[in-house]
Design a binder for this molecule. Sequence first.
Ligand SMILES: [Zn+2]
Length: 126
Amino acid sequence: MDAEKLEHYRRILTDQLRQRTETARENQSDALETAGTDDGVKDVADQSVKDVSQEIEYRLSERESQAIADIDQALLRIEEGTYGVCARCGKEIPERRLEAMPTARYDADCQSIIEQGTGEDEHATL
Ligand SMILES: [Zn+2]
């Protein structure tokens, strides 16, 4: 992949990273606000609603941090010069796929092999 294209994806990824980081920060301060305002809540029903919404917030931020980690790794691959190459078979990932998913680590074939393989066949060979 030439430098111009790498720069193009680096810009997309950097943008996404900035957006994700801002979202994560907002979620975090929302969660803190929620936690700070319910001193003195006695009602059991209210309490369980609160627990559920905290659980949702926790899962959201978990997913957010996974997304941020994916973007980080993609940026690292740009630095290392391995960006846009399938981590499984070593072929170039089609640009159409990278445009749709700039954090893609595998081409479509390998992705579906990996997804099919998870949890279904524990005797998979390399
Ligand atoms: Zn592949």
